[in-house]
Design a protein around this ligand. Structure first.
Ligand code: GDP
Ligand code: IMO
Ligand code: MG
Length: 429
């Protein structure tokens, strides 16, 4: 029996939320360890649809949810989300939600700077969510973040706010954006403190206790390897590491806690925001996949760019992400296509290359080399067993396994929780 860590292997929105919700029935605790409310995870349970950003998906199953120290927490967004899911009938209390007291906060200055910088970047914008994620992580590394534990120490807050404002107001003024006063930030913090502090705790201690007691821990990644700040399509990435190794440091546990790493991959590829995307389709097939897959941002509503499955990128994501098995999602979206292509290599400036380059110019210039196979006419939507899948769909899955050099251990065939095929239980590995 081991713990399980779920990570995205493409550019996000692979269906991590659905898979985490499904796996959570086998877990005791679900832990978010990086990212923030840039994430958007949709869970469909009967006629209820839950859209989560910051809350660990396991809360929907009544499991304990943990927001680890590696997450950047926007307290207003968190409280709004708690109110939203409470109205849907979930119970979120300090007993069921533990937030690491050393997690850094996202403040209004961060969103303002994120948006002002994006506007200033013009054609080279990243297409961020504008939610202050990058600036909040920068402050953490620069040692000027306000962390949840600081809220209990007014004298610490006082000098930290001075330092923070000196930095941010200089930048905001330089960008021609509105600056902030200390009173504004203090009022913001005073308002959220009484609601936020009861959830804060030494989460790593509780997790260690749970581990010793043999509890099963499920780590829920946000974003994906191609958005990882080291391994992704830099600089068109998010500001955290998204690989499985971070589940340990982002929750305060040792590396052995990570356990089985389940990489989530869509049966095709999507991307929101700017940046290279070799297999992107600008034709009717791309539009059809987008419509069938409802490819719009969970919280932002932004349309997602769509394209074929890129086996080269996923092989790399599986390697650097430490993936033990893949959950392949949204197979049903490809139902009825005459032909399906898989990217098996690239061409760069007229030469064949087998791996994805690192420099942004080269990444933007690579052209995919495709292998094309016939599609299937039957429907896979809603299939709950391998036996229900058409032979050609099975061939597609098997070919993907070969190309990415990792086993497909789970398949998802609709947004609904139970439309899932388990080939190998990751908790039993
Ligand atoms: P996440 O960010 O990785 O959790 O993914 P999102 O929730 O942002 O986006 C995935 C979308 O696909 C959601 O709307 C899910 O309800 C939906 N989804 C997940 N798995 C499947 C599947 O197997 N088939 C279909 N058709 N939709 C799915
Ligand atoms: P989930 O967890 C898809 C993208 C943004 C942008 C880049 C940087 O739902 O898979 P940021 O606001 O993080 O600085 O934006 O990263 N991005 C996501 N794309 N799914 C996500 O999360 C994302 N989180 C960030 O669109 O391109
Ligand atoms: Mg999402």
């Amino acid at each position: 029996m081991s713990n399980v860590t779920v990570i995205g292997t493409q550019w996000g929105d692979e269906g991590k939320g659905k898979i985490v919700d499904w796996l959570a029935s086998r877990a005791d605790i679900v832990v978010r360890f990086q990212g923030g409310h840039n994430a958007g995870h949709t869970l469909v349970v009967g006629d209820q649809v839950y859209k989560l950003s910051l809350l660990p998906s396991g809360l929907v199953r009544g499991k304990i949810g943990v927001i680890g120290n590696g997450v950047v927490v926007d307290p207003k967004a968190l409280m709004a989300e708690i109110d939203r899911v409470t109205a849907q009938g979930l119970t979120v209390t300090p007993e069921t939600l533990w937030i690491a007291e050393n997690a850094p906060l996202i403040l209004p200055v961060h969103g303002a700077l994120d948006r002002a910088r994006e506007a200033a970047r013009g054609d080279h914008k990243i297409g961020t969510t504008g939610r202050g994620i990058g600036p909040a992580y920068e402050d953490k590394v620069a040692r000027r973040a306000i962390r949840i534990c600081d809220l209990a120490e007014p004298e610490t807050l006082d000098w930290k706010l001075d330092e923070l404002l000196l930095h941010h107001n200089t930048l905001l003024a330089g960008l021609g954006a509105e600056t902030f006063t200390k009173e504004q930030l203090r009022d913001f913090l005073t308002e959220i403190t009484p609601r936020l502090l009861p959830y804060s705790c030494q989460a790593w201690d509780r997790l260690d206790e749970a581990r010793r007691a043999g509890r099963r821990i499920l780590f829920e990644g946000a974003q994906a390897v191609m958005l990882d700040v080291d391994h992704g399509t830099y600089p068109f990435v998010t500001s955290s590491n998204t690989v499985a190794a971070v589940a340990a440091s982002g929750s305060g546990m040792g590396p052995a806690a990570v356990g089985f790493v389940l990489g989530i991959a869509k049966a095709y590829t999507t991307r929101v925001g700017e940046g290279p995307f070799p297999t992107e389709l600008h034709d009717d097939t791309g539009r059809l996949i987008g419509e069938r897959g409802h490819e719009f941002g969970t919280n932002t509503g932004r349309p997602r760019r769509c394209g074929w499955f890129d086996a080269v990128l996923i092989r790399r994501a599986a390697r650097v992400g430490g993936v033990s098995g893949i959950a392949l999602t949204k197979l049903d979206v490809l139902d009825g296509l005459d032909e399906i292509s898989i990217c098996i290599g690239y061409e760069l400036d007229g030469k064949q290359i087998e791996s994805f380059p690192s420099a942004p110019g080269a990444q933007a210039r690579v052209k995919p080399v495709y292998e094309t196979m016939p599609g299937w006419k039957e429907t896979t939507a809603g299939a709950r067993s391998w036996a229900e899948l058409p032979a050609q769909a099975i061939k597609y899955v098997r070919r993907i396994e070969e190309l990415i050099e990792a086993p497909v251990t789970l398949l998802s065939t609709s947004p609904e929780r139970d439309d899932t095929i388990l080939m190998r239980d990751p908790f039993e590995d």
